[in-house]
Ligand binder design. Structure first.
Ligand SMILES: CC(=O)SCCNC(=O)CCNC(=O)[C@H](O)C(C)(C)COP(=O)(O)OP(=O)(O)OC[C@H]1O[C@@H](n2cnc3c(N)ncnc32)[C@H](O)[C@@H]1OP(=O)(O)O
Ligand SMILES: O=C([O-])CC(=O)C(=O)O
Length: 368
């Protein structure tokens, strides 16, 4: 038998999904049929989360009910806070988030229940709790006290309030909300596929999410938004970008924030996130950031023809908002929790154990 091996499952279609459609030919991304750009312009992250989980945008009554539920679940419980406090500040914030989700799973008496209603309850709980975990972790690293959530604020305004102790201008809240919408879902990316693999063994949602966080951490996936900022810090100013890039390419380095497994002519989400970044550049009066961004992008295009992915504009956007660089990938978690949990529920609707084959290339049979 000749076996065709597709390293990294590149180009392999492994299942169907009704959650999102990534189309590199038209450079489009649909969530449940809606173009993501339209959702970013007209909806809040809460509405998009509801859409991804339920398949339809909420009616005003459904939205009100969902918002009330989400606001009621925002507070970090004492046990989770204690366990975060136990972790050294040398731990990467992704490890803190992964541990916190694991703790929430371990103390949930209903952890093993995997019917759709139980899983949706868990998904909403994680959605509501992650901002508190991430905000508190950044604050404790800065030796600041925990800030309690405000029930009168929407998701993004409250997230920023809990992180920085104040609600920034609307333009900042909106840019952050757009980033949450754009990060929420992207079909069978590595972390979502990880969540589906774990779910396919009939393990529980918390285990699948914990594994997905581990997959997202890597710099070839979600870790790239953090890595982009390290690149910006390394380069310094726009006038040094070309020389830096030539040296990095000569060393065969992968340039973080560029390239994509599926999109080969640019990531459908980048123009929307770049526009959000531009509003932040104006708000914080940081044209130098835009100049560095654009110079490196143009140089990469000229030398390799490789375009930016979503992590490229998101990294500097989160920097301008004031997040610590190490907190960037946890922000991706806060958003992608929606996509992961939607996929976990979809996997369970028609489950098949995910177990591919391998072609053995070790020694022929031999004996001791
Ligand atoms: C939200 C997200 O998770 S998006 C992805 C975020 N990740 C990054 O930004 C990390 C940097 N990018 C990369 O490493 C890659 O582009 C990936 C992992 C995202 C996609 O990789 P693949 O689809 O496997 O493409 P592959 O690595 O085979 O690249 C094809 C060619 O382009 C080159 N290439 C791709 N991306 C880059 C890059 N960022 N910098 C330099 N060269 C690159 C490869 O070296 C390869 O060249 P070769 O054919 O001469 O060997
Ligand atoms: O789709 C991918 O491979 C990576 C990505 O852009 C995402 O997860 O948002």
């Amino acid at each position: 038998m000749t076996e065709e091996i597709r390293k990294g499952l590149a180009g392999v279609v492994v299942d169907t999904t009704a959650i999102s459609k990534v189309n590199p030919d038209t450079n489009s991304l649909l969530y449940r049929g809606y173009p993501v750009q339209e959702l970013a312009e007209k909806c809040t992250f809460e509405e998009v989360a509801y859409l991804l989980w339920h398949g339809e945008l909420p009616t005003p009554v459904q939205l009100e009910e969902f918002q009330q539920l989400e606001r009621s679940l925002r507070r970090l419980d004492a046990r989770t806070k204690r366990i975060i406090d136990e972790l050294p500040t040398t731990a990467h914030p992704m490890d803190v988030v992964r541990t916190a989700v694991s703790v929430i799973g371990a103390v949930d008496p209903d952890a093993a229940a995997s019917d759709p209603a139980s899983n949706l309850t868990k998904a909403v709980r994680l959605f509501a709790q992650l901002p508190a975990i991430i905000a508190y972790d950044q604050r404790r690293r800065r030796e600041q006290e925990l800030v309690e959530p405000r029930d009168d604020l929407g998701y993004s305004a409250n997230f920023l309030h809990m992180t920085f102790g104040e609600v920034p201008d609307l333009v900042v809240v909106n840019a952050f909300d757009v980033s949450m919408i754009l990060y929420a879902e992207h079909s069978f990316n590595a972390s979502t596929f990880t969540a589906r693999v774990v779910t396919s063994t009939l393990s529980d949602l918390y285990s699948a999410v914990t594994a997905a966080i581990g997959a997202l951490k890597g710099p070839l996936h979600g870790g790239a938004n953090e890595a982009v900022m390290h690149v910006f810090d390394e380069i310094g100013t726009a006038d040094k970008a070309e020389a830096w890039l030539d040296a990095a390419l000569a060393e065969k380095r992968k340039i973080m924030g560029f390239g994509h497994r599926v999109y080969k002519n640019g990531d459908s989400r980048v123009p929307t996130m770049k526009a959000a970044l531009d509003t932040l550049v104006a708000e914080y009066n940081r044209p130098d950031m835009a100049e560095l961004y654009e110079t490196l992008e143009a140089a990469m295009d000229a030398r390799k023809g490789i375009k930016p992915n979503l992590d490229y504009p998101s990294g500097p956007a989160y920097n301008l908002i004031g997040f610590d660089t190490l907190t960037f990938t946890p922000l991706f978690v806060a958003s992608r929790i929606v996509g992961w949990t939607a996929h976990i529920m979809e996997q369970l609707e028609s489950n098949a154990l995910i177990r591919p084959l391998s072609a053995y290339n070790g020694p022929d049979e031999r004996h001791v």
